[in-house]
Design a protein around this ligand. Structure first.
Ligand code: ADP
Ligand code: MG
Length: 289
């Protein structure tokens, strides 16, 4: 019975690591989702760009793209694509040093000695470029801020889309017995609130660092009577996937670390695989009994 269940799951592109996880999956009452790349497509587009102080749009674009040169973050990819499309290629200044600050952004030093920061308000505050996060406005879309030589230079407005089936999947999960659906994200408050309300998420937490995600997961595991599943893309949440009662990684292109750390792997980024897995688990149990 179990064997058949796992076989049935794998034919659907759902990789389950051991029969006990199908059973544990049925005890899940709280399902926690990462936002970017899990509930949303994780493919950002630059919609607008705005400069302040003496900086030109060209400078902002060139330095931001270079600063992000070695980053695989979806926001970095969108900026590099936008700049390449505008100029035909990336500008040719060498990069001397580049540091990715998780949940914040990028800090780079260019060959011409320019220091460039690209990231969220939290990054600029942490680096002492702005003194208070409220010094800079944001609206519903995500704003990616740029500072050049420690001076605020402007921002890109980037936007990600909610996956088409996300809302339906959350309704299905609730029908299948999941009591609470939670969203965790490093993104800022306004955009997170918008996504959560569009999807009917019970509770969301924004502005999180990777360690905050672990803490919140622990709290839910301690207080909920059932088991807690965490669903992420595994790009920077492998530790949370590992720690969860049931860790679920999405996307065949998820990192090896994510695949190793997870109990269930969904081989593509289709959320519908989640209710399908629950369904397989249910039917498998019926066969076993
Ligand atoms: P999530 O929890 O939504 O997956 P991340 O932890 O990957 O988000 O990132 C949180 C936030 O940090 C992003 O919304 C963005 O503001 C900022 N950030 C992270 N990496 C980068 C980067 N390479 N370039 C610009 N901003 C970044
Ligand atoms: Mg992420």
């Amino acid at each position: 019975g179990y064997f058949g269940g796992i076989g049935g799951a794998s034919r659907k592109g759902i990789l389950v690591k051991g029969a006990n996880f199908l059973d544990a999956f049925l005890k899940v009452d709280t399902m926690i989702f990462d936002k970017t790349g899990t509930l949303t497509k994780g493919v950002f587009k630059v919609l607008d760009i705005s400069t302040v102080n003496e900086f030109s749009k060209e400078e902002l674009m060139e330095y931001a793209a270079l600063a992000e040169a070695h980053s695989n973050h979806p926001i970095a990819k969108s900026i590099k694509q936008f700049v390449t499309e505008t100029f035909g290629e990336l500008p040719k200044i060498s990069i001397v040093e580049q540091e990715e600050l998780k949940g914040h952004g990028i800090k780079s030093v260019m060959g011409d000695n320019t220091l460039v920061h690209v990231g969220n308000k939290r990054l600029l505050e942490r680096e002492g470029i702005i003194s208070n996060q409220s010094d800079i406005e944001t609206d519903d879309d995500s704003w990616v801020h740029v500072a050049i030589n420690g001076k605020y230079a402007g921002y890109f407005v980037v936007s990600d889309e909610i996956k088409g089936e996300a809302s339906k999947v959350i309704k299905l999960l609730k029908k299948l017995g999941i009591k609470k659906v939670i969203m965790l994200t490093g993104d800022e408050e306004k955009n997170s609130a918008k996504v959560a309300s569009e999807l009917g998420i019970d509770r969301y937490y924004s502005n999180l660092l990777p360690e905050d995600k672990l803490q919140i997961l622990d709290d839910y595991m301690a207080k909920t009577p059932g088991k807690v599943a965490y669903v992420g893309d595994g790009i920077n949440d492998a530790p949370v996937i590992t720690r969860a009662d049931i860790g679920i990684a999405m996307g065949a292109l998820g990192s090896d670390a994510a695949i190793e750390s997870s109990d269930i792997v969904l081989m593509d980024d289709k959320l519908i695989k989640l209710p399908e897995s629950l369904d397989v688990a249910n039917r498998t149990r019926q066969i076993v009994i």
